[in-house]
Design a protein around this ligand. Structure first.
Ligand code: GLU
Length: 514
């Protein structure tokens, strides 16, 4: 490792990183993945993670974006140390509130002869591009205003033209961008455009604004998407013109096959933002775990990381330079892992509440404060904790638990197992009813004791040839379904009265049939 790279990945100096979204809507999860990298590197080194809002492209602003951005980060547990609302030593953290500073830097580079006013109208720029196209040249500005005389400038101003400011690219030599993870990129200076750094309305472009802010906010590592790599040589030139130290640049790979692509129809395939994944029933810890693995790995086999693990283990040097593939099945698998094996029942059931309310299984008030109903709701959720992949699956799996017995609609024939008779099924139900009515509470609420009690009836009293014949009718009777959660767990969750009532209704419907 070179000395420079060594410094860039050293954990002995706290890093200052930033997430610098433009408020142009709900941030795409690919963009949030970049925020995760920046957050983790700051925290790993004991440094600061900054949230900065880059709102200088006024035409693209979308109302509500800032709230979306903040909610996405907060939900994932990516708390920023400095940023809008929160403040910090280098605020304000919203670029439109820093125009004076950008304008002052633009004036400074003009005075130093490293930038110039450009008076070209949009029509002229268009004509230049068309002419270049016709001559089979790459489009771009012809540096027309780079050497205007004082008279020409005055004449343009007299016409009322408001100039832009363009950076004066040094035409000789070449510029190299050193990046921590992608190969060095060298370009001939003469191929770079004299880019606009300050627009005629006084707002800076990204090229100037991000660079001034990164400098002023003492950002040590600029972690951003690889789509910015082509502009990086220009940025290096601007840094050099200003005589400022260039932060460590880390251009993170794109995500292949990102969600929300054309042609995909399901809600799940079209989800692009953190809030959409949240609504689909993914857990923040699972989404964080999944996203961090898009372009980063700890080793060649570890798949599950808590946020704390990540803070401990994250190394910028292990960000992969090659694109990562978005695979929703893997997200499902990670999410299922957290639901099935990491959350405890209490936590799982709490997280199910908004989904149950959304589906109308419980009321919004109950979701807010389940009160006395909590043990019942928790037991109902517990029935499917080992089964579901996302929280939004839960209501449809357990809604039968919440319905009144009479509202379970199913054909009586479902109560009758394969090669059985309605009379035998009714007999099974009767024996189960008698048993469940009588057993003491300790047995009723103990899964193993219930199982052995019912098994005993099956073998010794009814002399059934297999346990399935004993369990099938009550399962259908309690759930109204031919596929249901575990019978003993349902018996316990529903409670004695409701269980007996459901079994009795089922028995009646069989008797009425025969
Ligand atoms: N505002 C830029 C964007 O949203 C930020 C890029 C950067 O991180 O520098 O793409």
């Amino acid at each position: 490792m070179t000395e420079e790279a060594n410094k860039a990945t050293s954990t002995s100096t706290p890093a200052r990183t930033r997430y610098a979204p433009s408020p142009t809507g709900n941030p795409h999860i690919g963009n949030i993945r970049t925020a995760i990298f920046a957050y983790l590197w700051a925290k790993h080194t004991g440094g600061q993670f900054i949230l900065r809002i880059e709102d200088t492209d006024r035409k693209r602003l979308v109302e509500g974006s800032l709230d979306n951005i903040k909610e996405s980060l907060s939900w994932l547990g990516l708390d920023w140390d400095e940023g809008p609302d929160k403040g910090g030593p280098f605020g304000p953290y919203v670029q439109s509130e820093r125009l004076d500073r950008f304008q002052a830097v633009a004036r400074q580079v003009i005075e130093e002869g490293k930038a110039y006013y450009c008076y070209c109208t949009p029509e002229r720029l268009d004509a230049v591009n068309k002419a270049k196209q016709a001559a089979k040249q790459a489009p771009g500005y012809d540096r027309h205003c780079r050497n205007l005389s004082e008279e020409e400038k005055q004449a343009a101003l007299a016409e009322g033209i408001k100039p832009t400011v363009r950076f004066k690219v040094p035409l000789e030599g070449s510029t190299t961008v050193n990046d921590l993870i992608v190969k060095p990129l060298t370009v001939e200076n003469s191929t770079i455009q004299d880019a606009v750094i300050l627009k005629s309305d006084g707002y800076p472009t990204y090229h100037l604004a991000h660079l001034v802010d990164d400098h002023d906010m003492q950002v040590t590592h600029v972690i951003r998407g690889q789509e910015w790599l082509p502009s990086a040589p220009l940025h290096v030139m601007i840094y050099q013109a200003l005589g400022w130290e260039i932060p460590v640049l880390i251009h993170v790979p794109v995500i292949l096959n990102p969600p929300g692509q054309k042609g995909k129809l399901s809600k799940r395939d079209n989800a692009v933002s953190v809030s959409q994944y949240r609504e689909l029933g993914y857990l923040p810890e699972a989404l964080l775990n999944f996203l961090v693995l898009l372009g980063w790995s700890y080793d060649d086999h570890t798949e599950f990381f808590t946020k704390q693990d990540l803070v401990e283990k994250f190394e910028v040097s292990r960000i992969q330079p090659t694109p990562a593939k978005f695979n929703i099945e893997k997200l499902d698998w990670i999410n299922a892992h957290y639901i099935n094996h990491v959350l405890d029942v209490e936590d799982f059931a709490r997280r199910c509440l908004p989904f149950l309310a959304e589906a109308g299984v419980i009321s919004p008030e109950e979701a807010q404060d389940p009160g006395d109903k909590w043990p019942f709701i928790r037991a109902a959720c517990a029935l499917v904790k080992d089964k579901v992949k996302v929280l939004s699956e839960v209501p449809q799996e357990i809604d039968f638990i919440f319905k009144p017995a009479a509202a379970l609609e199913y054909p009586a024939k479902d109560l009758v197992g394969k090669n059985e008779s309605p009379a035998a099924a009714a007999g099974v139900l009767e024996a189960a009813i008698n048993f469940l009515k009588e057993v003491p509470d300790e047995v009723y609420n103990d899964r193993e004791a219930l199982l052995s009690g019912l098994s005993d009836i099956s073998e010794n009293k009814l002399k059934l040839t297999n346990r399935g014949m004993m369990f099938w009718p009550p399962r259908v009777a309690l759930s109204g379904r031919t596929k249901s959660p575990d019978l003993m767990a349902m018996i316990i969750a529903l409670g004695r009265d409701e269980t007996v009532q459901r079994l009795e209704l089922a028995r009646q419907s069989l008797l009425n049939q025969s």
